[in-house]
Ligand binder design. Structure first.
Ligand code: 13P
Length: 349
């Protein structure tokens, strides 16, 4: 199956009332882990690469691996997404490679660190939307700013510093025409999100619900949504790691989000933990091993288990065969003739 428009994948998810995990990749084993999980659970899937991943793997290696995944798994709809594009040029280069979706994270300036103004965010996101839609490519924008830093991207600080204002979310969606909207509700990238199991004072599901009420047709995106399970932390620490105690976003909160318009859920940290724990275990318990396959194989298996669990919990499992991909050129026509335009998104106040 060719790579699928993320818009189509999310529209289908909205129709079916489920969420779709967007899993970060840097290398072949992570891509394989995702595809093994997607095949096992019959799930459509979003694979995403940050700027750091594109640099680490070199664009062409990574993109060719995704193409191989699509070729080897003709029954699985796959959208390839640029995670946290920092500029028009970054998004343009992803589109040139063949990514079917880009995130223009205009919530930060081009340095990927400094929060931008609302007008700057609208301006750069709108430009990316115009360019991408002409080519049938989906655009995710962000309003509000996530906490933490991942792959060198992020404002740092607490997830509570720049919670999304629902009024701004509405204006942003109207003025940019984004297909999907990432919002800040207290989550952060990375392992250290919360110091105890989060409640409503730090994880603002009420804000998410308020935004969904105002933008019922907009696909909402939850970033920083690893659950950072204790068992994965324990494996890392049992075999010589030094993670401090931490809490992520509980799966039941994500499921509440899915019932309130969340269609894309970003997960990276849980997979990093699973991989690291598996590698540590082999190297710690069998120090005589030196063939990378001896630890990469269990690492891939450990990530597959996490991804398959999330696919089931998010509800995307079993939906791979629901639809046929619409050609990206036809998606472009849909944007051009208005049939796919996201306006009007806004329900009455
Ligand atoms: P986690 O660090 O919680 O996995 O979040 C990943 C993410 O949001 C990537 O954009």
């Amino acid at each position: 199956m060719p790579l699928v428009s993320m818009r189509q994948l999310l529209d289908e998810a909205a129709k079916g009332g489920y969420g779709v995990g967007a899993f970060n990749v840097n290398d072949m084993e992570q891509i394989q882990a995702i595809m093994m999980a997607a095949k096992e659970t019959k799930s459509p899937v979003i694979v995403q690469a940050s700027r750091g991943a594109r640099q680490f793997a070199e664009d062409l290696y990574l993109f060719r691996l995704i193409q191989a995944a699509a070729e080897l798994n003709p029954d699985i709809p796959i959208a390839m997404h640029q995670d946290h594009g920092n500029s028009f040029e970054t998004c343009k280069s992803a589109i040139a490679l063949g990514y079917t979706s880009v995130m223009m994270d205009g919530s930060l300036k081009e340095d990927g660190k400094t929060p931008s103004s609302f007008e700057e965010n609208v301006d750069v996101t709108r430009r990316v939307v115009d360019y991408a839609h002409e080519r049938g490519v989906t655009v995710e924008g962000e309003i509000g700013v996530l906490g933490g830093v991942e792959d060198g991207h992020g404002a740092g600080g607490s997830g509570l510093d720049h919670i999304t204002d629902p009024d701004q979310a509405v204006e942003f969606a109207e003025r940019t025409g984004v297909d999907a909207l990432a919002i800040a509700i207290g989550t952060s990238h990375g392992a250290y999100k919360f110091t105890k199991k989060p409640d409503g004072s730090v994880l603002k599901m009420d804000v998410l619900i308020a935004i969904h009420k105002r933008l019922p047709n907009t696909h909402l995106v939850m970033h920083g949504s690893s659950s950072v399970p204790k068992d994965l932390q324990d494996i890392v620490n049992q075999y010589g790691g030094k993670l401090k105690e931490t809490w992520g976003v509980p799966v039941e909160e994500i499921q509440l989000g899915i019932r309130n318009g969340v269609r894309k859920i970003n997960v990276d940290t849980d997979n990093r933990l699973a991989i690291t724990g598996a590698i540590r275990k082999v190297l710690w318990t069998q120090p005589e091993k030196f063939d990378p396959r001896d630890y990469m194989k269990p690492a891939r298996e450990a990530m597959k288990k996490v991804v398959a669990a999330r696919m089931t919990e998010f509800g995307q499992a079993g939906h791979a065969g629901d639809y046929k991909p619409i050609a990206i050129t036809d998606i472009a026509k849909g944007y051009a003739d208005g049939s796919l335009t996201t306006q009007p998104l806004v329900a009455a106040k």
